[in-house]
Structure formats: C-alpha cells, structure tokens
Design a protein around this ligand. Sequence first.
Ligand code: SAH
Ligand code: SF4
Length: 479
Amino acid sequence: MNVNDTEIAWSILQRTGYQRTADINKADVVLLVTCSIREKAEQTIRNRLQQLTALKKRRSSSSSTPMKVGILGCMAGRLKTELLQQEKLLDVLAGPDSYRDLPRLLREAQGGQRASSLLLSLEETYADIMPVQQVPRARSAFVSIMRGCDNMCSYCIVPFTRGRERSRPVSSILEEVQMLSNQGVKEVTLLGQNVNSYRDLSEQQFSGGGSSSQQQQQQQQQQQQLSRGFQTIYRPRLGGLRFCHLLDRVSRIDPDMRIRFTSPHPKDFPDEVLHLISERHNICRQIHLPAQSGSTRVLKAMRRGYTRETYLDLVTNIKTIIPGVSLSSDFISGFCGETEDDHQETLSLIQEVGYNIGFLFAYSMRKKTQAFHRLQDDVPPDVKQRRLQDCIALFRQEAARLNATLVGSTQLVLVEGVSKRSAAELCGRSDGNMKVIFPKGDEAFQPGDYVQVEILSSSSQSLRGRAVIRGSLRDSVPP
Ligand code: SAH
Ligand code: SF4
C-alpha cells in the first residue's frame, strides 16, 4: 500500500516539476511515506526522523537552500499536530487523502511556514493519477482499486487512518492496466485494504427500490455475494459493479499478463470469484486469506465476523474449486484475552490449512480502536513473543513441507531479474507466488520472460530448479 502511495505522491510532484534524486545529500525535500498499523512501524519512522533532523541541521549551516522534511500517510493523519509539536524540524504533514495538496504544502513550507493537510475524504481514490513506477521498466506493477475500510476489526487502526471504504471506477482501472500492458508489464497486483469488497458505485448493476419484496431480493442478493456460510456483521452495501466483474474485465486485457490481488477479506469470496480464478488462465491460483486467529472466541473479540469453522469451510471450498491453490495468511499473536488454548487452536489451524507464505505479528495496541477502549492488553510481552515464535516456526515447517511436494514438478516462472546471491542465477516467481531461482544457462532470458522451470530442490522460502524451455502464460494448464 505504501509503495503505491509513494508512486501516487511522486506522480503529483513530478507534474509540478520536482525531480527525484537517489542521493539524500542533494535532496531539497525529503518525504517519508508512513504506516501506523503497529507501534514498531511508527518507531522506525521516528528513528528515521531523528537522522533527517541531524542532516537538516547540518545542511542549514552549510547550504543556502534549507532542506524541507515531510511526513505523508497514516502516521501524519493519526498524530496530526502532536507530531508537529514533537518534531520541531518537520515542515509538512499530508494525510493519505491529501497528496494532491502536496505542491501547495511544499510552497508554503518553502515560504517558511509549517504546512499540513490531514482531512480524510469520502471520495478520493486518485483515479486520474497514473502512478509513476519506482523501478523504471519494471515488469510487475501495483494498481490501487479501492481505499479505506469500513470493517472496524477491534484491534485495527486502518478505518481511522485511511478512512471510509471507496472504490475507484472500473473504467479508470482498466485504462491503467491497459497502459501498463502497453509498457510491457507482465504482472499486475490489484491493491486495496479489502480488495475483494470492491464496489464501483458510480455504475449500477441493478436499481435500488423501496418495496419489501425488492428489499428481500436485495438481502438475498447480498447473501449470495458473500463467501458461502458467512454472515456479515458489517454495514451491508448493495448495488454497483463488484470485484468479480472487475477481475473478469482486468484479466481480459492482456492474456500474457498475470493478475494477483491483495489484501482480501475472507467474507468476500462468493463462489463466482473462485470459479473465475479457477477458469481464467492468467489469474494466479494464489489467495491471501488473512485468518488472524484460529480460535472462535478470539475471532469474536477481534470482530472478524467469522468463526474457526466458517473459515475452515471457506478453505475447503477454495481448495475444491481451485485445485492446487496456494494460500497465504496473516495472524496476530497475543491479542487481548488470548489464552494458551486459543494459541494452540491457532497453531492447529495453521497446520490444518497449510500455507505457503505467512505474515505474522505480535498484537500491538492502537489508540482509538475498540480493543483500546474496551479490552485489556493482558498478554505479557514475553508471552506474545513466544507465541509469535511458535507460529513462525510452525509456518516455516509447513511451508517447507508444501514446497517439498513441488520438487519434480515444472513451474511457469515469470523472470524478475538476476538473483541477489549470484549473478549466474535468475530469480522469478511461480504462479503460486513462490520465489524460484535457477541458473541463467545459455538462453538469454530477460525480466518479463516466462520460463518453464523444473523444480529440483526446495526450502521454506524458495524453490530451486533448471530452465526447461521458454514458456507462455497462454499454454499454462491448470493442475
Ligand atoms: N484488511 C486486511 C488486513 C490489512 S492490515 C484484513 O482484514 O485481513 C494487515 C495486517 O496487519 C492484518 O491482517 C493484521 O494481521 C495486522 N494488524 C492489524 N492491526 C494490528 C495490530 N493492532 N497489531 C498487530 N497486527 C495488526
Ligand atoms: Fe483492519 Fe479489519 Fe479493515 Fe482489515 S478488515 S483493514 S484488519 S479493520
């Protein structure tokens, strides 16, 4: 999400004549794009700010152009003037919906004022801003399709820092993906806080009505739009063009372009989305399915809107409709009131599902959230850490087991570039999003090429193999 925010902010600044430098000593403006989701992320920014403050002081004594420092994104929105009071050398604050204001804010800062713009918006999706890619001519790109979140999980600050859920119109997303395809991009990841809750309300699929039979019909429709067996505890939304429609349209643009999406919510996987993923050759058979906990009791306290059983039923449904699917997940260890039994349930869920990739966190209490107001952050830090380490160890073990089952198979790999460890090897990703490393060999494979790679060995984090033949996404056959 922050990569995409950086690209949007940079696109806005570039239009007003700013140039990028890789040398911080030459920069007249330094902007930090920030995240507030956990305390640790904010601490990293605080440390960085200290270094920048020292640099700024040095610069002001030795150069005629003073350096301006700004904070962009969630941390600006969360801490607001508190941040300006604490960080005396900070010049600019811009919240996640204020990047269009950046040129004005910087002008004010150049004039010697401290400038901020922090209001959240109900509409801003930056639909008309074409992000400038961080790596020129990169073969993979992120495309933001929605912003914000209405779900209010009890531990989460996102609804407060990034505001209400809003989706970008289908037409502007298709335009961006087409442009990326024209530039030779081979992989697009659709991006959003709850990417599969996407709903373009600027276009209606059916008209809303007031009669009770219409209301009943709408309720039924809404139920069909959720994952099987899921009840939503969140405010229902109706009408508009939904994620399945968008995924269908995006994946038709370029048959040589892989489509992924992140981060979805488990409640928004109706069967039609799963069937589309299964049938469309260029939508990757890989689903991120954040569980957060394996205990129904903890899930309830988290306000996730599902139980352990409904989550596991969804996993079974996904595995049935999309054979060979790769699953990844997010988990939080040590949430308020989590007991040793709850933790054991999380471990057993991790084992039962079998994920290739995991993002695991210790619970970090955030102000403003429901958990902050109503629950006790009562799991001691050392216990949180121990439980987190248990989860990480089990994840590694399970990922290693799953990856080992791929040895002997042939995977279609999209080449990303030369391997970091050896110039004689190339690195890329399989359809299931696993890193695959293989010797360059005689064929001059380039980033953006598809290569069939026979897998010869594996670890918990990557696969190794040898190139068999140049491949194509069009002739990839689902398992
Ligand atoms: N919308 C997605 C997740 C986006 S936030 C979903 O609902 O699944 C990314 C991840 O950060 C979450 O899945 C969660 O695991 C983690 N996270 C969010 N708030 C947290 C907190 N207060 N402490 C620790 N981890 C947190
Ligand atoms: Fe946070 Fe929950 Fe929204 Fe995900 S769904 S961003 S965890 S509030």
